[in-house]
Design a protein around this ligand. Structure first.
Ligand SMILES: [Zn+2]
Length: 351
């Protein structure tokens, strides 16, 4: 039987920040904390947590980071172990979250995450994306946070572009699910129906939103936050990112590997999902409409990809993860080239 390591606490609410310290102290009975953040977020939000702990005479230390390097994660993990901290409290975006996830994993400490952005589905995923010494990033398996505190007001205050990127990453579930099912049907690997169900639910939560819903409305932020948590749980059940990462993610990884355009991950995978849906003979128009509804422009032009680069990234996408069977393995190069040209022109005319 699988032994899942799920978060034991998850709150997605407005005005949560003020009560997080009390919740942590009452719920988890820990006495010594490392607070991890970046300088900006510390001055805006994390200082409130620190002040509350100080007022209660609870031992805490602050570790500020400016990147999600493997080295930082090791340092925090080592500090947590050698100085016998009970838990790590991470307040920040994806970089803080990923660093803390790995630090908590290697030190076997509890990790409480307070995300300040929802720009991808990494909030609650069992994967940490860390920068290695050679400058390249690596996705490393970790465990999920022990507790998740999403304050709707904090996410609402984050840049709109980051929320749009979060939508893009959830949208990619649509094509990732197909790719994993395809691999499973052909006997290439086992899929997991419950993981697929959660991934599909996350996608439907966003796709089925009321047409007039605005990105910065409480309900929308709540649904998006719940969707990223569900996606993270889906990946945890699967033991792999496959329920939320298929050929559209291979395309995005290839852009990063070959051209490094500095786009938000969610934008790149959303463009990838439109193309993958076209290659899968599925409803790519639904994805275009969804993106248009929220004014999310993922055209190659907007992602600084010219036609040659767009084609090149797709033609080399399979090489990103050779053991990941997707729709790209089903199409010969010549046919792929033709189809890419077709969808490129469709996207150019539509977005
Ligand atoms: Zn992703």
């Amino acid at each position: 039987m699988n032994n899942y390591n799920w978060p034991v606490y998850c709150r997605i609410e407005k005005g949560l920040l003020g009560s997080i310290t009390d919740t942590i102290l009452n719920q988890f009975c820990n006495k010594k904390f490392i607070i991890v953040s970046d300088e900006f977020v510390f001055n805006k939000y994390a200082c409130i947590i620190k002040k509350q702990l100080d007022e209660k005479d609870i031992k805490n230390d602050v570790f500020l980071i400016d990147n999600s390097s493997y080295e930082n994660a090791l340092k925090i993990g080592e500090k947590a172990l050698s100085e016998e901290y009970d838990a790590i409290i991470g307040i920040g975006g994806g970089k803080v979250n990923d660093t803390c996830k790995y630090a908590a994993f290697i030190s076997k400490k509890e990790f409480y995450t307070i995300p300040t952005t929802i720009a991808n589905d990494g909030v609650c995923s069992p994967i940490a994306v860390l920068k290695m010494k050679d400058g390249f990033t690596k996705s490393i398996g970790t465990k999920l946070p022990t507790a998740i505190f999403v304050d709707i007001d904090i996410i609402k205050d984050s840049p709109t572009e980051l929320i749009k990127a979060g939508i893009g990453d959830i949208l990619s579930n649509y094509t990732a699910i197909y790719d994993w099912r395809l691999a499973s049907k052909l006997g290439k690997e086992n899929s997991n129906d419950f993981a697929l169900l959660l991934s599909d639910m996350a996608f439907n939560m966003i796709n089925n939103m009321q047409k007039g819903e605005k990105i910065k409305e409480d309900n929308f932020i709540t649904q998006l936050s719940e969707a990223v948590v569900l996606s993270g749980i889906a990946m945890n059940i699967a033991g792999t990112s496959r329920p939320c990462s298929g050929s559209e993610h291979l395309f995005s990884h290839t852009i990063d590997r070959l051209y490094n355009k500095g786009n938000l991950h969610g934008y790149q995978v959303a463009l990838g999902a439109i193309v993958s849906a076209y290659l899968q003979n599925r409803d790519y128009q639904m994805l275009i409409n969804l993106l248009k509804r929220y004014n999310i422009n993922v055209s190659p032009d907007n992602l600084k990809l010219n036609y040659e680069e767009f084609i090149d990234c797709w033609m080399h996408a399979k090489e990103s993860r050779k053991n990941r069977y997707t729709i790209l393995n089903e199409i010969e190069d010549e046919e792929l080239n033709t189809k890419l040209k077709e969808i490129y022109n469709i996207i150019k005319g539509e977005i």
